[in-house]
Design a protein around this ligand. Structure first.
Ligand code: ATP
Ligand code: MG
Length: 137
C-alpha cells in the first residue's frame, strides 16, 4: 500500500467539482485517508513548490495556489503515486488524455485542477508538510 498527496487546486474548488474529482479517486481503487480544505499562504505555497523556485513561472504558481481555498487529500492504495498521476493526466490539460481529471476539469497549464506527488519520497514529505500523523487514517 502507498500513500500520495493530492491537491484540488483553486480553479477546481471554485468550479464546485470537489465531489466529482474525489469520485475519480474512489472509483479507481484509491481511498481517502485524510482530507481538508485550507487557504494556503504565500509562505506555504513557496515552500511546497520550492523545487520550482528558479523557474520563470514560480511567482504565478504561488499567486495561483493562494488565489482561493484548496482541498488537500491523502490518497491510499496500491501504486497510489503512479495511479493518481495517471488519473490526473498531463500537466498541460491540452495534452492530457481524454477522461483524465485535467482533460475534464482544467483549462490551462497554470489552472490545471489538481496536484499529485511525483514520487513516493516526495509523497511522504508532502503529506508530512500538511498533515499530523493523527489526521491520516
Ligand atoms: P503538480 O506538481 O502541480 O502536480 P506537475 O507535477 O504535473 O504538477 P510540475 O512540473 O511539477 O507539474 O509543475 C508544477 C506546477 O507548475 C504545474 O502544475 C503548473 O501549474 C505549473 N507549471 C508548470 N510548468 C508551467 C509552465 N510552463 N507555465 C506555467 N505554469 C507551469
Ligand atoms: Mg509536480
Amino acid at each position: 500500500m502507498e500513500q500520495t498527496l493530492s491537491i484540488i487546486k483553486p480553479d477546481a474548488v471554485a468550479k464546485n467539482v470537489i465531489g466529482k474529482i474525489v469520485d475519480r479517486f474512489e472509483s479507481n481503487g484509491l481511498r481517502i485517508a485524510s482530507m481538508k480544505k485550507i487557504q494556503m499562504s504565500a509562505a506555504d505555497a513557496g515552500k511546497f513548490y520550492e523545487v520550482h523556485a528558479q523557474r520563470p513561472f514560480f511567482g504565478e504558481l504561488v499567486e495561483f495556489m493562494t488565489s482561493g481555498p484548496v482541498v488537500i487529500i491523502v490518497l491510499e492504495g496500491e501504486d497510489a503515486v503512479a495511479k493518481n498521476r495517471k488519473l490526473m493526466g498531463a500537466t498541460n490539460p491540452k495534452e492530457a488524455d481524454a477522461g483524465t481529471i485535467r482533460a475534464d476539469f482544467a483549462q490551462s497549464i497554470d489552472a490545471n485542477a489538481v496536484h499529485g506527488s511525483d514520487s513516493l519520497e516526495n509523497a511522504k514529505n508532502e503529506i508530512n508538510f500538511f498533515f499530523a500523523r493523527r489526521e491520516v487514517l
